[in-house]
Design a protein around this ligand. Structure first.
Ligand SMILES: [Ca+2]
Ligand SMILES: [Ca+2]
Length: 377
């Protein structure tokens, strides 16, 4: 038997961090993104270039972003095609380049500075600016305004997404915080962090890695803001990324790309928090209610989790029945199996099958259950 844990993810001990690489580019860096091949793209604000390095530190790309000091690359992202999407902070423009540096498109819908950009799974861009996050198509059509009014200092800097598509945005000036929104823009939480923060990266477990340039430090916070660790980073850390294996990439105006590895990498995503990772879970979004409920009938029997990530309610909900009699016998078979396995007693089996047999209340819910079970998860 598996004991279900609550849906909230707990803070993970990362263990001591090992510095794997120190790549000195010789040029001040503000933004960083990882491409689909694990290579590192960086924006160099003083030199006006975008560079690509392998994780081993070999430079494999370098193109001129701008030759005028009034235009300067800031945050950057890499889209699914491998293009560099770059914030031109001073020119209030988003510019998209091929990996080789050919300009693909650009747009400006801004009257003040913009700071960071992320590419959403569907290809749209999220852009942070003074007191806003906005969603655009790559062509520059505004889709949505997110977070207006949540940034009391009037500034929004670094952006990142977690493995569930939630949005994290840095409010940099004191009192500094990470503002968290769901993928549709609903505000979820305001998480206090140390003051004067620049960028944020989020790992699989929901831990947040925040650069604090004023104190030359990266702080690591658990999902609810517990300070887990602090890394001294020389000098002036700005952009930060974390990859799916838990490696941390930090850049700063000192010109270095530092790559750290935690001794205990974060666990893979587990959306329903039942201890079975999404890729192993028969029901990644389990019904984890406390008791077995059939239709509108609460059996009072504990809703247990099984080793494959299914719960009793998941299995009952997944029954596809032609008519009510079919449904009742499918429930009887399931509960028989559970009783044989020693998971429930005979009287608990009786309570579940009795609820299933209550045709008058179970019938309307049956249609809904069947529709849900048939829909792709
Ligand atoms: Ca799970
Ligand atoms: Ca599950």
């Amino acid at each position: 038997m598996v004991v279900l844990v609550s849906g909230a993810r707990s803070a993970q001990a990362l263990g001591p961090l090992t510095l794997l690489q120190d790549i000195n580019t010789g040029q001040s860096i503000v933004g960083i993104a990882l491409d689909g091949n694990g290579n590192i793209r960086t924006s160099h604000n003083i030199e006006g270039t975008i560079k690509t390095h392998t994780p081993a530190g070999v430079q494999i790309g370098n193109f001129v972003f701008s030759t005028t000091p009034f235009e300067s690359p800031d945050g950057l992202a890499v889209d699914a095609a491998g293009n560099s999407v770059v914030v031109d902070g001073n020119a209030f423009t988003i510019k998209t380049f091929t990996a080789g540096g050919a300009l693909v498109s650009q747009f400006s819908d801004f009257t003040t500075n913009i700071w960071d950009v992320v590419v959403l799974p569907g290809g749209d861009y999220l852009v942070s600016g003074n007191n806003f996050i906005r969603r655009y198509t790559p062509g520059g059509t505004k889709i949505a305004d997110i977070g207006s009014g949540f940034f009391s200092s009037g500034l929004t800097w670094g952006l990142d997404l977690d493995s569930f598509g939630n949005i994290y945005a840095v409010q940099p000036i004191a009192p500094s915080s990470i503002e968290k929104f769901d993928s549709s823009g609903t505000h979820l939480a305001s998480i206090p962090v140390a003051d004067y923060s620049k960028d944020v990266a989020v790992d699989n477990a929901g831990n947040m890695y925040v650069t604090h340039p004023g104190i030359d430090r990266v702080n690591i916070y658990g999902p609810t803001g517990t300070l887990l660790d602090a890394i001294p980073v020389y000098i002036n850390p700005r952009g930060i990324e974390v990859d799916s294996s838990g490696k941390i990439y930090v850049v700063g105006t000192g010109g270095n790309i530092f790559i750290y590895e935690p001794s205990s990498p974060p666990p893979p995503p587990d959306a329903d928090g039942d201890g079975v990772s999404d890729d192993q879970d028969a029901f990644p979004h389990s019904n984890t209610g406390p008791t077995v409920v059939v239709g509108v009938c609460d059996t009072g029997v504990t809703n247990q989790g099984l080793p494959n990530g299914a719960t009793f309610n998941d299995l009952i909900g997944a029954i596809v029945a032609k008519h009510h009699g079919d449904f009742v016998s499918a429930v009887a078979k399931l509960t028989n199996d559970w009783m044989k396995a020693g998971l429930i007693s005979g009287s608990q089996k009786g309570r579940i099958t009795s609820c299933a047999a209550h045709g008058a209340t179970a019938a309307p819910a049956l249609a809904q259950r069947t529709a849900t079970a048939a829909a792709p998860s």
